[in-house]
Design a binder for this molecule. Structure first.
Ligand code: ADP
Ligand code: MG
Length: 409
């Protein structure tokens, strides 16, 4: 883990953010338009997330370094006495989901409501009694762009239920419950990172999360010195594809190899050192060797990068981002020409420390770390050059490290 000196010890109160006034008022008036006025209305805010480094390490018991981002969802909600849950979303105008917390909750339509159904079902299964509610999801976070809109709505909806019920539960427990909801009700084999950062992020900090035991350190990401810029290739990212499953399988094959070599203490690639890996060269099939080399080096890089961020050595941190990208491109083979292009172009702008693909790959986004004054030029450059080459404008988001889920009202 990074140096303990960087661990945040004070609790940051969740801040009231004035610029959210207009979108908050808008969301509330939309809620009343759909569900009618009156009663006690609560508003929950849940952010998206981006991973700065540590890719394809989560399912190998490794390290990740995500931040929560400013794009977010608001969940406007009000309790109901009859146990019914009605869900609406500004992203899916005119669609309404309805189910009861007093009956077995099944998957249903519209498809997006399965995240809410799953969250309700898994909270109840965990022994938490839920009230009925009306809830509207309003988003500035793009849907399905790799910035974890799914975890944002899950954590947001869960927090909505808990707030109405007047209950609090441990955020890590909430992360595990919502992860189960996504597995069971959305059928996505998502790791624990998304929910953990959406729930537990601290403003102005990245989270160095150990996916083996969920221990973490918060590392300062100073908004006075840094911006995180995210650019979307606008290509579909598909976690469900065979490629993702194949990479996981290849990692397991690597682990099997080391276990067979009478190294029973090895439970996952987290336990394999670079030295052990290097001595397996020529014995492991070449592809498996390269897959393992990505994971083993990426875990070390992530640890290293967190320590560099701690020391405010942004140039070196940026180098680790570039190495991460090269490893994902060449060894893990999950990048695309679009991701390579955006990462390369980002580095041409003065004041950009590093850039890399982020998320599972095969589309989705790149993430760059930059000086605040470099942001406008970076945004312009990426938009212009990408559009010229790929005939589609990338969506670009500029953010600081935001706080995790919060109750605004
Ligand atoms: P992401 O990377 O954004 O998490 P996912 O494919 O995991 O992508 O999740 C996207 C799905 O989450 C959408 O297809 C939709 O079902 C649901 N979702 C996300 N945001 C919203 C929203 N604002 N309103 C309703 N459903 C949403
Ligand atoms: Mg998701």
């Amino acid at each position: 883990m990074a140096s303990g000196r960087c661990t945040l010890t004070i609790f940051l109160p969740l801040t009231y953010i004035p610029f959210m006034d207009s979108s908050l008022a808008q969301a509330k008036s939309e809620f009343e338009r759909i569900f009618g006025p009156g009663g006690k209305i609560h508003v929950i805010r849940a952010p998206g997330r981006v991973n700065l480094i540590g890719e394809h390490t989560d399912y190998n018991d490794g390290l990740v370094l995500p931040i929560a981002i400013e794009p977010q969802v608001l969940v406007v909600c009000r309790g109901r006495d009859d146990g019914m849950v009605r869900l609406a979303s500004t992203a899916f105008q005119g669609e309404l989901a309805e189910f009861s917390v007093q009956r077995k909750i099944e998957r249903g339509k519209p498809a997006w409501s399965n995240y809410g159904r799953g969250v309700a079902a898994e909270l109840i299964a965990a022994g938490i009694p839920l009230p009925g509610m009306d809830a509207l999801i309003a988003n500035t976070l793009p849907v399905g762009s790799g910035l974890s809109s799914s975890a944002a709505i899950e954590i947001g909806i869960a927090q909505a239920f808990l707030t109405i019920a007047g209950l609090t539960i441990d955020l890590d427990r909430l992360a595990v419950i919502t992860q189960k909801a996504e597995h069971e009700y959305a059928g996505t084999p998502v790791g624990i990172m998304d929910m953990t950062i959406v729930a537990g992020a601290r403003a102005g900090h990245a989270m160095l999360l150990d996916c083996r035991d969920l221990s973490r350190e918060y590392v300062v990401l100073d908004p006075k010195e840094l911006r995180v810029v995210i650019a979307n290739t606008m290509l579909e990212h598909e976690l469900h594809t065979g490629e993702y499953a194949q990479r996981r399988k290849q990692c397991e094959q690597g682990v099997e190899f080391f276990k067979k070599k009478q190294e029973p203490q090895i439970r996952s690639l987290r336990d394999v050192s670079m030295q052990q890996l290097t001595s397996a060269k020529g014995k492991l099939p070449e592809t498996i060797y390269r897959r393992c080399r990505h994971v083993v080096s990426e875990i070390a890089r992530t640890r290293d990068a967190a320590a560099l961020l701690c020391r405010r050595d942004y140039d070196e941190f940026g180098q680790r981002m570039l190495e991460s990208h090269a490893s994902l491109r060449d060894d893990y083979e999950v990048s695309t020409p679009e991701l390579d292009f955006l990462s390369t172009e980002a580095m041409k702008v003065k004041g950009v420390y590093g850039a890399r693909m982020t998320g599972g790959g095969f589309g989705g986004c790149i993430v760059a770390l930059a000086q605040p004054r470099a942001v406008d030029a970076l945004k312009d450059h990426l938009t212009k050059t990408y559009e010229q080459k790929f005939k589609v404008a990338p969506e670009v988001y500029v953010t600081t490290a935001a706080a995790g889920v919060s109750v605004l009202e």
